[in-house]
Design a protein around this ligand. Structure first.
Ligand code: PMP
Length: 741
C-alpha cells in the first residue's frame, strides 16, 4: 500500500459504512432530471438543483442546442484563442447588453471564470479581500495567485457579510492596491450580501469590487438581472460582475462582465481562458435562447417567488431554523452531523431529496439540508414536502410535537384543489373574457392546422410538462394498433417512453411497431407489441404479468374498445354482450392485472377511455352507452379505492374521432344520431392523443378532448336534466321533419 492509499483509508471506511446503512446521499444516479427525479425507478421531489427557473429541460433550449450541434458540431478542438465562433461573440454581446456592461468574456465554467479573473488581476503587493464563506472558485483563484506571489500578496478574510469587517480591512490593509470580492447570494446560506454598503465603502477607499452573482442572476431584482438590480446599483458601481450558466440559465459555462480594456486584457492572459477548451456551440446556442427567455418572460421569476414564499411560510411556521436565508435557497439548519444525515435519509425514504451539507463544506455545528426552491416545482410538490418535513421534524425532535403548519393535514392533501379554487376565485371577474380568449386561441390553432395541414405541435410549456412526465416511463396501451391508441403510442415514443401495446390483431400491431422504431428517442427505449384479446381475461393477465415482471409499469391506458350505433330494436343481442365484454370487462381485466404492480411501488396511473355517451345516453347507442357508463362507474370506484396509495386515475371522454372504428360505426348509424352529432365535427386522433397526454400529465380526472365536446360534457355533467330536455327536443323535431318532409 502506498502513501496514496494510507490517506484515503479512513475517509473511505466512513463512506462504506454510510453506504451499507443506505444513508450515503451522494452520487445517486438520476434517470431523469427536473423538480422530480427518478432514482432506481422511484420518483422523488428534488430540492437540490440550482436550475432555479427550470430552463434546463425547456424544449426551446433543447432545440437550440440541437441546432448548434448540427451546424457547429459538439466540440471546438481548441481554446477561445483559436476557437471563437460568431455565436460566442453574439452571446457575449447579448449578455453585456442585458446586464448593461461594455464587454463580456464567456468561459467554459463559472469556476474557470473566477479563477481566471482573480489570478489575472491579483498582483504582487496587492490585498485580496474576501468573505470567510467565499465559494471555492474565489478561494482557488486567490490561492493560485498566492502561490505565485507568496507573502507579497496579502489575503484578508472578513466575517461573513460584515460591513464593519470590510471597513476595518480597507482601512488597515498592507497595500493600497486592493480588490474586494463578494457573492450576491451565498449558496449554502441563501442570504444576500449588503452590496450597497460594500460598494459605498469601496468607493470611499478607491477599491475595485468584484461580485460573483452565480445565484442572484435570474432570481433577484424586478426583472431577474440580479443583485445589482436588487439594490438599484449601476454597472459602473461594480467593476467585475461574474455569472454562471449552471444555475438559472439551465446550462453550463460562465462569464465575466466589465470594462472593454480589462476584459480584453483578461481574454489574453487568464490561464483558464487561454489554456482550456471553448464552450461548445450547442451550449452557446442554448444559452442565447435562455437569455432571451429570461429577458422577455417574467413568468418564471414570478413562479419562483411564489414558490419561495409558500415554502418559507410553511417552514417558518413549523419552527425550522432557516439560518440567515432570505432567498429561494433556504437550508434547514439542523446543526448536528449524524442527525442531518438521518433527516436526509428519512426524507429520501418518503420521496423527497434534500442533500446533507456537512463539514468541511460548512463549519462544524452548521450542518444543514440543502433546500433549493425552483420555478419548476408545483404547489403540490411544496405542499406535500411540507407535510413530510413536518413528520420527520417531529420524529427526530427538531420541531415540537405540537408544531402546526399553517394548514391542517386534510387541507394540505387538497393542495391541488385549493390552488384551483384560488385561481378560479381570482379569475371570476374576468372569467368570460379569459374563457373567450382561450377558446379563440385554441380555435385559431385548430383552423390553422386544418387549413394549412400543419402538424399539431405542443406549446413549449406543454412539451416540457409531458416530456418530464412520460420520459423513460413504462406505458401499457390496450388497443394500440389503430386510431387514438396508435396516436398515443407514437406521441409517447417521441417523448421517450417505453411502450407495450396490446391489441387483438398481430398485423396492424407489427405495422405500428415499425412506425415506433422510427420515432424512438433513445437506444435503450423499449417498444414491444403483444397480440391478445382484451376480453379474454386469462390472455390479458398473462400478457400484463409478462410485461410487468420485466418492467415496472407507470401508466396503463385502457383504450381498447368497440363502437356501435343502431336502433335498439335492430341491435342484435350479441352486440350488447360484445360491448360489455370488450369495453367494460376489457378495462376491468387489464386494470386488475396491472394494479398489484402499481401498489407494490405505490405509484401508477390508470387512464380509462370512456365517452360523452358514458355520461348521458344518446339516441342509437343502446348497446354502446351502457358499456361506457360502466367504465365511468368503475373509474369512480377505482379512484376512490387507490388514491390513498398514490395511484392516479383519469377517464377520457373523447368526441367523434377520425378512426377506422368510427367509419365502421357510421355504416349503421341512425340518421337521428348523425343529426345530433352533426355539429360537433370530427377530431384528428393526433389532437385527441395530445389532449389526453396533457390531461394525464396535469393529473386531471375527467379529460375532455376537443373544443366542441366541452359544452356537451359540461351540460351532461352539471345539468343532465337540461341536457336530456335538449336531446329529446332535438330528436322530436328531427323525427317530425323526417315524417313530414
Ligand atoms: N460561484 C458560486 C457562488 C457557485 O455556487 C458556483 C457553482 N456552485 C460557481 C461560482 C461555479 O460555477 P460553475 O458551476 O459554472 O463552475
Amino acid at each position: 500500500m502506498s502513501w496514496l492509499h494510507e490517506q484515503t483509508t479512513e475517509f473511505l471506511t466512513r463512506i462504506r459504512e454510510a453506504k451499507s446503512l443506505d444513508v450515503y446521499p451522494y452520487f445517486r444516479q438520476f434517470q431523469d432530471v427536473g423538480p422530480r427525479v427518478t432514482i432506481d425507478g422511484r420518483q422523488y421531489i428534488n430540492f437540490t438543483s440550482n436550475d432555479y427557473l427550470g430552463l434546463s429541460q425547456d424544449p426551446r433550449l433543447i432545440r437550440a442546442a440541437k441546432r448548434g450541434a448540427s451546424e457547429y458540431g459538439t466540440g471546438l478542438g481548441s481554446s477561445r484563442v483559436q476557437a471563437t465562433t460568431d455565436r460566442h461573440v453574439l452571446l457575449e454581446k447579448k449578455l453585456a447588453e442585458w446586464f448593461g456592461y461594455p464587454a463580456c468574456a464567456v468561459f467554459t465554467t463559472g469556476y474557470q471564470s473566477l479563477v481566471g479573473l482573480i489570478s489575472t488581476f491579483a498582483e504582487a503587493e496587492s490585498t485580496m479581500i474576501l468573505d470567510q464563506l467565499s465559494h471555492a472558485s474565489i478561494l482557488d483563484g486567490t490561492f493560485m495567485a498566492k502561490g505565485r506571489y507568496g507573502q507579497k500578496l496579502e489575503t484578508r478574510f472578513f466575517k461573513h457579510n460584515s460591513v464593519r469587517g470590510v471597513k476595518r480591512i480597507l482601512k488597515n490593509s498592507t497595500y493600497d492596491k486592493r480588490l474586494l470580492m463578494i457573492e450576491g447570494v451565498y449558496s449554502l446560506d441563501g442570504d444576500i450580501a449588503p452590496l450597497d454598503e460594500f460598494v459605498k465603502l469601496a468607493k470611499e477607499h478607491n477599491t475595485p469590487v468584484m461580485v460573483d452573482d452565480a445565484h442572484g442572476m435570474g432570481t433577484l431584482g424586478a426583472t431577474g438581472r440580479g443583485i445589482l438590480e436588487h439594490f438599484n446599483l449601476q454597472p459602473s458601481d461594480v467593476d467585475f460582475l461574474v455569472g454562471t450558466f449552471s444555475k438559472s440559465f439551465g446550462g453550463v459555462g460562465g462569464f465575466v462582465l466589465g470594462n472593454e480594456e480589462l476584459i480584453e486584457y483578461m481574454k489574453n492572459s487568464a490561464r483558464s481562458f487561454v489554456f482550456s477548451a471553448s464552450l461548445p456551440v450547442p451550449i452557446v446556442e442554448a444559452m442565447i435562447t435562455s437569455l432571451d427567455i429570461m429577458a422577455n418572460d417574467l413568468s418564471y421569476l414570478r413562479r419562483l417567488k411564489e414558490n419561495e414564499q409558500m415554502m418559507r411560510d410553511g417552514l417558518r411556521t413549523l419552527g425550522f431554523d432557516l439560518g440567515t436565508s432570505n432567498t429561494h435557497i433556504m437550508p434547514l439548519v439542523l446543526r448536528d452531523e449524524s442527525k442531518t444525515v438521518e433527516f436526509g435519509a428519512w426524507l429520501r425514504a418518503l420521496g423527497v431529496i434534500m442533500i446533507p451539507i456537512l463539514y468541511p463544506a460548512v463549519g462544524r455545528g452548521e450542518e444543514r439540508l440543502r433546500c433549493n426552491i425552483t420555478a419548476a416545482h408545483t404547489k403540490q410538490d411544496i405542499g406535500v414536502t411540507l407535510e413530510i418535513v413536518e413528520y420527520v421534524g417531529k420524529k427526530l425532535g427538531f420541531i415540537p410535537r405540537a408544531a402546526k403548519s399553517p394548514h391542517s393535514t386534510r387541507e394540505r392533501a387538497l393542495w391541488a384543489g385549493r390552488e384551483v379554487v384560488r385561481r378560479a376565485g381570482e379569475l371570476r371577474p374576468r372569467h368570460l373574457q379569459q374563457a373567450s380568449r382561450f377558446v379563440t386561441q385554441k380555435a385559431e390553432r385548430l383552423v390553422k392546422q386544418v387549413v394549412e395541414g400543419e402538424q399539431p405541435e405542443w406549446t413549449p410549456e406543454e412539451e416540457m410538462n409531458v416530456r418530464r412526465h412520460f420520459h423513460r416511463k413504462n406505458v401499457i396501451i390496450t388497443g394500440g394498433s389503430s386510431g387514438i391508441g396508435r396516436a398515443l403510442a407514437l406521441q409517447l415514443a417521441e417523448l421517450g417512453a417505453n411502450l407495450f401495446l396490446i391489441a387483438r390483431r398481430q398485423e396492424p400491431l407489427e405495422e405500428v411497431r415499425k412506425e415506433l422504431d422510427i420515432v424512438r428517442q433513445h437506444e435503450d427505449q423499449v417498444c414491444e407489441v403483444f397480440s391478445a384479446d382484451i376480453s379474454d381475461r386469462e390472455a390479458i393477465e398473462t400478457t400484463i404479468n409478462e410485461i410487468c415482471e420485466r418492467h415496472h409499469p407507470d401508466f396503463l391506458f385502457n383504450n381498447a374498445g368497440i363502437a356501435y350505433a343502431n336502433y335498439l330494436d335492430e341491435t342484435k343481442p350479441e352486440v350488447f354482450e360484445d360491448m360489455m365484454r370488450v369495453n367494460y370487462l376489457g378495462t376491468v381485466w387489464a386494470t386488475r392485472a396491472t394494479l398489484p404492480f402499481f401498489k407494490k411501488r405505490q405509484r401508477g396511473h390508470v387512464v380509462n377511455v370512456s365517452s360523452i355517451a358514458g355520461l348521458i345516453g344518446i339516441f342509437g347507442y343502446a348497446a354502446y352507452a351502457p358499456s361506457k357508463f360502466a367504465v365511468m362507474g368503475f373509474s369512480d370506484v377505482l379512484r376512490n379505492e387507490v388514491t390513498a396509495q398514490n395511484i392516479r386515475v383519469s377517464v377520457v371522454l373523447p368526441p367523434d374521432t377520425d378512426t377506422p372504428q368510427l367509419a365502421a360505426e357510421n355504416r349503421l348509424k341512425p340518421p337521428e344520431t348523425k343529426a345530433l352529432a352533426g355539429t360537433s365535427g370530427l377530431l384528428d386522433p393526433k389532437d385527441v392523443a395530445r389532449s389526453i397526454l396533457n390531461g394525464v400529465a396535469a393529473e386531471r380526472y375527467h379529460i375532455v378532448p376537443g373544443l366542441n365536446n366541452k359544452f356537451p360534457y359540461w351540460a351532461a355533467h352539471w345539468v343532465p336534466g337540461l341536457m336530456r330536455w335538449f336531446l329529446d327536443k332535438e330528436i322530436v323535431s328531427f323525427q317530425r321533419k323526417k315524417d313530414n318532409p
